[in-house]
Each structure stands twice: as structure tokens, then as C-alpha cells.
Design a protein around this ligand. Sequence first.
Ligand code: AMP
Ligand code: MG
Length: 345
Amino acid sequence: MTRRWIIAWLALGSLVTGVRAAATGDTPALQRFAFTEPHMGTLFQIVLFAPEASAAQAAASAAFARIAELNRLFSDYDPDSEVSRLSRAPVGTPVKISPELAELLQRSQTVARQSEGAFDVTLGPMVRQWREARKTGLLPDPTAREEARQATGHRYLQLDPVTSTVVLARAGMRIDLGGIAKGYAADEALAVMKRRGLPRAMVAASGDLALGDPPPGKSGWTVEIAPFGRASDIPLTLVVANAGISTSGDTEQAVEIGGVRYSHIVDPATGLGLTKPVAVSVIARDATTSDALATACSVADGLVIERLIAAQTDAVRILHHQPRSDGSVERTLYGRDPAGLVSRL
Ligand code: AMP
Ligand code: MG
């Protein structure tokens, strides 16, 4: 996965209110536990409420183990991951893939179509070039950019969900799941804890949050959104439960080349990082959805965002932020509040 640092956008420190809950009815008092582990090039934080430490520890360990397992499937940094092996498969040959990769690719392809290509996991060759450019401070030359363009396009990734097979129809294609995999891993980790009877939990992976049932005595988890991570901006405080929240866009990972500031998100139209200073937060039914849509809506313009929202089966709320010349932030709201957004917008 793409290396990402903990960002100030979602103020994790103040994420959870209510440390210890009183006993309700005949249920034992729940205590708050927090765990952090590095996975997928970032830090995953788990907060959960459990009757005692050993149950909390066991659930968090199982959740982290699931994230590690998914990283072995989805990482494009690991040459032995399932997705890296798929990217090396001969052109035009069907490759059998795991159920998890099939699900993630299917969801990725849906967002690719709905966003009219703004979100595209086949941008791997461009992402790779762009990562190199960020390191060297040199833009890729036109020949290399054209080569990368020839090897991308979600239409050339043909997924058969019935047989769980994928065909990569162009030479040099590479899959990069960096825009969706952390949200998926956070959702899966949350599901692990729920299956163990601990649904009052949340998983945070830098810009992506999967939120389960609220802390005891609360109607939701308190999440602060400060899209550009600037101390001077007043954060928007949301109360959310059983939902995903992601923020994407103009991050600390931006790079300046030749006086132009580029984001780590690739604009499929240019093969280079986005140059518009946007930051997008999405609240959706789960973190897989919010992760993909936040990346998509960083690239897409307003009309495409409207069509993308109209194509969703569940309500989604998109918060599109742009800095004004006076330093303040202009926020445009799209969509409808999903069921999990307790504090309505
Ligand atoms: P996120 O921070 O969730 O917006 O994801 C950004 C990461 O997604 C990048 O570091 C790349 O790995 C990948 N990526 C970059 N541009 C795109 C794009 N237009 N569509 C899908 N994935 C992208
Ligand atoms: Mg994303």
C-alpha cells in the first residue's frame, strides 16, 4: 500500500469520547481499550469497548491478523502478494483470484464506472511513475507517460465474478489498490471484532475510519474533520456510528515540482498528481465505499460527483473542500446523510 502518515484531518486523539461506561441492565460495565499496529504502510488504530482486557486484546489481535492477511493479498509493495502476481500474469490469460480480491476488484470496477474513470485501480503504472517523480523531483518524460497511459484503463481489467477470474487485456498493466484497500481492511477488522461479540469498536487507518456501534451511553463516535490539517482551521465535528468515513486529497504527501504542488492522487487525464488543492471527506455505509469515493471525488468534478452519488444504492455524504485565497476553506456538500451520520448535516 501507499505509505501514508497519520494525518491531522481526522483527529484520532479526540475521536472517542466517554472512556468508561456505566453498567446498563444486566450487562457488565464496558471499558475502553485502544491498540495501534503498523500495517499497509501506515498505523492502524483500534478502539473498542469490552468487559475485560483479555477479550479486548484477543479481538484486537484477531483484527490486526486479518489486516495483515489482507495486506498479503493487496500490497503492491510486496512482490509476492496476490495482486503483484496478478500484475505479472501473461496478457489476456484468465487468472484465478481469491474471494477477497474478487470482491475488492468488483467494488473498484463499480466505482471506476460510476466515477467515469476518475477512480481506477489500473492506474498502477502511472502511480508507480508518480511515486518515482515524487522521490526524484523530476516529472516523467512524455514517452514514459505515454507508455504508462497505454497500460492503464479499467475497461482492460476484465473480472468474472462467477468464476473469480481476471484477465488483464493490455501489456504492462499493474493493479494499485491504494485508494480502496485500507478502507476494506478497516471494515474487515471491524467485522472480526463484531463476530467476537464486541461491536462497539472502531478502526482508523490514517484517512480511513470504520465505525461500529457507538461507545456505551453515546449515540455515536465523535469525529473531527479538519481537511487540510491546519491548526488554524476550525474542525467540523460529526457524530457517527456504523459507517465509514474517509478523507482524501491534498495531503502531507503532496510534492512541489517546478513550482507546482501535486497531490499523491493521480489524475488519469494527465498521468501526474492532481494539481487542484482539494480535500474530500466522505461518509458512507462502510469504509470500503468511503475510501474509494473520497479518492474518486478528489479527481472528479461537480457534475461527475452528482452522477456518482445518484448511482449509489445507499445515501452518501460528500464534503468537498477547497482553500479560498484568503486562507479560509470553502466547503461544498453533495449527497444525503447516510443512516450512520447521527449529527445531520
Ligand atoms: P487515497 O489516499 O485513499 O485517496 O488513495 C490514494 C492512493 O490511491 C494513491 O497513493 C495510489 O496508490 C492510489 N491512486 C492514486 N490515484 C488514484 C486514482 N485516480 N484512482 C484510484 N487509485 C488511485
Ligand atoms: Mg481512498
